[in-house]
Design a protein around this ligand. Structure first.
Ligand code: ADP
Ligand code: AMP
Length: 215
């Protein structure tokens, strides 16, 4: 299955990606995660990306598109993939379509997680991520059993630098301006699946898996 998770910051894309990739045995490709690991490793790409990410802005298309094209050529993407957080602009969506065409592939569907703007800030500001294994929690909606400690690996839970109220608000307006037009783009292609992302995590997962299985 070749699919995309679309939705505003804090909608639950990363959370739902975990279930989808386990269920369908496909790799999870999160451009945000790729940039964050480059920042951690201090690469040139990481240094460039950080300037934009810290301000809540999108990393320029020319840096992002090549990265994803290279990733899609890797062996584990042969039978499908789940893109999370890419594409985020029409130019990225067009480039993805061209890249897939050149590999004789196409997208099966696009999962659009719908959550109202009011809920997004609380979700993103309360997000905590394990510094070692990357597992995501929420202080209120999905807490770890021991505060500040990852259930999976015992690592320390941290708040992302771009999850302050100010930066999240900026990211939401960037989403509305640059990414939201993709909903119409993929609706016109007849491949969008709209999912109510305001339900509890387990129910959203069930709805997504059921929709994907019934296609
Ligand atoms: P995204 O990848 O879209 O930015 P995440 O999956 O990281 O979003 O989720 C953002 C925050 O909201 C996390 O702290 C996560 O635990 C929490 N969350 C995700 N889905 C739900 C949900 N359905 N209900 C409540 N909280 C959720
Ligand atoms: P995310 O982890 O998806 O919330 O992304 C965190 C940040 O990484 C975003 O606010 C952007 O700065 C950057 N980013 C991630 N994916 C993309 C993309 N497809 N295009 C441009 N910037 C991106």
């Amino acid at each position: 299955m070749r699919t995309i998770l679309l939705g505003p910051p804090g909608a639950g894309k990363g959370t739902q990606a975990e279930t989808i990739v386990n269920e369908f045995s496909i790799p999870h490709i999160s451009t945000g995660d790729i940039f964050r690991s480059n920042i951690k490793e201090g690469t040139t790409l990481g240094k460039k990306a950080k300037e934009y990410m810290d301000q809540g802005l999108l990393v320029p298309d020319e840096l992002t598109i090549e990265l994803v094209k290279d990733r899609l050529l890797q062996d584990d993407c042969k039978n499908g993939f789940l893109l999370d957080g890419f594409p985020r602009t029409i130019a990225q969506a067009d480039a993805l379509e061209d890249a897939l065409k050149s590999m004789n592939q196409s997208l099966d569907c696009v999962i659009n997680i719908v959550v109202s703007a009011e809920l997004l800030i609380e979700r993103a500001v309360g997000r905590r991520v394990c510094k070692d294994c990357g597992q995501t929690y929420h202080v209120k909606f999905n807490p770890s059993s021991k505060e500040g400690i990852c259930d999976k690996c015992g690592g320390e839970l941290l708040q992302r630098k771009d999850d302050t109220e100010e930066t999240v608000s900026k990211r939401i307006s960037v989403y509305q301006e640059q990414t939201e037009p993709l909903i119409e783009y993929y609706t016109n292609k007849g491949i969008i699946i709209n999912i109510d992302g305001e339900k509890p995590i387990d129910e959203v997962s069930r709805d997504i898996v059921a929709s994907l299985r019934s296609r």
